[in-house]
Ligand binder design. Structure first.
Ligand code: GDP
Ligand code: GDP
Length: 435
């Protein structure tokens, strides 16, 4: 697991501008297909050959001054729990402010390294004014301009100096399952139900202790790591921080896990945020599952109810119809162990290897059933195909004119692969190369 650097500070000092500069993006705003804009809060970057993750704690604070003071305190606590180093950003244009002082006093009370970044030091005069912030009692002070990038090199040198020494702990090879989903869908309840299930044995495995929020579990003679994405948020009072916390945790968990398990409250249904999270996990080629929790609350269930729910979800995200859906009640501990059975299946599916001869026979048959179209007077042809890797699977196809392959034929190939070979819950990568 990489070290984590958090960026804290009051609104408008330039945290997100700075975050985007660190991540090498002018704008980190992601427009997704549902027309919602959002900020990214978590990302990986590197400096002096060291990789680390950065959290931007900005973006969600309310305007009300009283709420903001509480909110910013909570943000600092979240940052401290989540990271190894804190970057505290202030604004030289406005000078030292009461909120800055509040943040500084919280940061002085703890042990982690803190770097004070005096932002908006765009010119010589402002760089000189930056000294005013020594008043905050933080020794490492760096005037920078997030807009021009001035000063960021020296600052990053300091950050890498503070990064934990030595080799990062070896990644555990055990499969990591992350429960993701909106607040109150039942993530913690499921987490606890699994840890308490009589069939599971909570284990203590060396090398996985760094993140105390993860739990090791043995079930059916197999080991798993459960990534808790819910824990800390319970202690926050400010609504905006709950949101922030769950976003950061979700982004972090998606990157770290092998299987992303989206928990949905069956009574609330599936929304744009759930879709986005699934697409995000798909983008990182994680194994995927959907768990409809609180099934006990669904009234008048009959044999069609599950199918209706499945249809509703697959209709709203047709691209993800390979993702298995389970219905459970974490509260009543109903079918909770099925989550692990299904996760195990997805783990196996992700590791599946198809032999080249079998795959080429399949391709020949598929081309026979539905030949590739002509393009510019030329018959498109796939001459050879092979699975180049597994866990997650990547297939490579050699063909005469890859750029002419119609998107719907590409989709057809994927559907055919799934029909024949399964890959339940596993995103498939297909690469087409000129031959
Ligand atoms: P956040 O609320 O702390 O995340 O602040 P933002 O990153 O949204 O920035 C607030 C405002 O400060 C925006 O208008 C930025 O363009 C501006 N800003 C950020 N960094 C700099 C800088 O280095 N110099 C100047 N002059 N303006 C900046
Ligand atoms: P989290 O925020 O996603 O971790 O959700 P929690 O596990 O804290 O659950 C939120 C609320 O939903 C709590 O009041 C739980 O008791 C309740 N809850 C969780 N699972 C179930 C379930 O299967 N059925 C019912 N009826 N309530 C549940």
């Amino acid at each position: 697991m990489l070290p984590v650097v958090s960026i804290v500070g009051r609104p408008n000092v330039g945290k997100s501008t700075f975050f985007n500069r660190l991540l090498g993006k002018r704008k980190a705003i992601v427009h997704d297909e549902y027309g919602v804009t959002r900020d990214r809060h978590y990302g990986e970057t590197f400096w002096n050959g060291r990789d680390f993750n950065v959290i931007d704690t900005g973006g969600y604070l309310p305007d009300d001054m009283n709420v903001m003071t509480v909110g910013i305190r909570e943000q600092v606590h979240i940052a401290l729990e989540e990271s190894d180093i804190i970057i505290f950003v202030v604004d030289v244009e406005t000078g030292v402010n009461t909120l800055d002082k509040a943040v500084a006093s919280l940061l002085r009370e703890q042990e982690k390294p803190v770097i004070l970044v005096v932002n908006k030091a765009d010119n010589e005069e402002r760089r000189l004014n930056a000294s005013e912030f020594y008043e905050l009692g933080i020794e490492d002070l760096y005037p920078i301009s997030s807009i021009s990038g001035m000063g960021t090199g020296d600052l990053l040198d300091k950050v890498t100096e503070y990064l934990p020494e030595g080799e990062p702990e070896p990644e555990s090879t055990l499969p990591k399952l992350a429960f993701i989903g909106r607040p109150n869908v039942g993530k913690s309840s499921l987490f606890n139900a699994l840890l308490q299930d009589e069939r599971s044995i909570v284990t203590d495995i060396a090398g996985t202790t760094r993140d105390s929020l993860n739990s090791n579990l043995n079930y059916n003679d197999k080991d798993y790591i459960l990534v808790d994405t819910a824990g800390l948020r319970r202690r926050t009072k400010v609504k905006e921080n709950v949101e922030f916390y769950s976003t950061v945790r979700t982004e972090k968990a998606i990157r770290e896990c092998d299987i992303a398990i989206l928990i949905v409250d069956a009574m609330q249904g599936f929304d744009a945020q759930d879709k986005r999270v699934l697409r995000e996990a798909e983008k990182f080629n994680k194994g995927l599952m959907i768990v409809l929790n609180k099934w006990d609350l669904v009234p008048e269930k009959d044999t069609n109810t599950v199918r209706d729910f499945e249809e509703y979800i697959y209709t709203s995200v047709p691209q993800l119809s390979y993702v298995p859906i389970l219905t459970i009640s974490a509260m009543n501990k109903q079918r909770v162990h099925k989550v692990l059975d299904m996760a195990d299946l997805v783990i196996q599916e992700r590791k599946k290897e198809i032999s080249t001869s079998e795959f080429n026979d399949f391709i020949d048959q598929m081309l026979g059933e539905k030949p590739l179209p002509m393009k510019r007077g030329q018959q498109l042809k796939i001459t050879y195909a092979t699975q180049v890797k597994s866990d997650p699977p990547v297939f490579k196809f050699f063909m005469n004119s890859p750029h002419d392959l119609p998107p719907n034929y590409r989709k057809y190939i994927e559907n055919k692969i799934r029909q024949r070979f399964g890959f339940t819950g596993v995103p498939i990568t297909m690469v087409f190369r000129q031959k």
